[in-house]
Design a protein around this ligand. Sequence first.
Ligand code: DGL
Length: 277
Amino acid sequence: MIGVYDSGSGGLTVLRALRHALPQVDFVYFGDHAFAPYGEKDLGNLYDRGCHSVDFLFRQGCSLVVVACNTSAATVLRPIQQNWLAERHPDKRVLGVFVPLIEQITGVAWSQKKPRPAPRKTVAVFATARTVSCNALGEEVFRRARGVHLVPQSCPALAAAIEDDACPDVLDSLVATYVRRLQQQCRDNLDEVVLGCTHYPLVSEMFRRHLAANTVVLSQPDIVAHSLENYIRRNTTLGLVSEGKGELTCFTSGDPRRAHRAARRFLGQELSFEQAA
Ligand code: DGL
């Protein structure tokens, strides 16, 4: 079984792509709605919530957990892997969503740390304030592909507004504001845009409407799904491909009815959530 963890409903975009790519695998989803948004939490808090949430998914029987939340992946995933996981669950795996994204943006495999002469391009990344301020994405991209000009744009209120079930006009006006701010800081032609927070693909149509028509919007959920599919096919000892029936169980630390409503509104899916202890 594979666990998928996010601060709230945003990770459902990643879950949907993973289930599509791996229809025979069983999944367990955990949305930490009671503690969302994560976008401005301090690192200690993100680390504790990460360990707690991954541990919860391991206790449901998952042997591998995908940390779908970009904010956690950018800030605390590495210490979680190197300290907590190595000590407490050395037989299990925790993966994030950054490595496949960086490989996609740079065209350079993760293991290749020396910069390559990659084509010059400008890539904008919409993300939470914490993801932008820690600059992990910028550093890793720069290390591999000096020709990529990465322009981060934080969207501090957007994930919270999505979780709070804000009306479409409010969401649209927030998206318009952040796109305008990006355009003010970036006069170059944009080649690609990344919605670098799991919540933003839930309103991807609004981003597309406010961005120039020829801007390519990369789908992080699809990129992650493609990469995970390769990973588990290469790591056959995990037994994940053959063991499941495509079942799904969803948990939330918050209100199961609210989580159900968000899944219906943003994804058109009827998912029933159980309260996580
Ligand atoms: N969904 C998370 C991310 O991908 C964080 C959103 C939030 O809770 O602020 O960054």
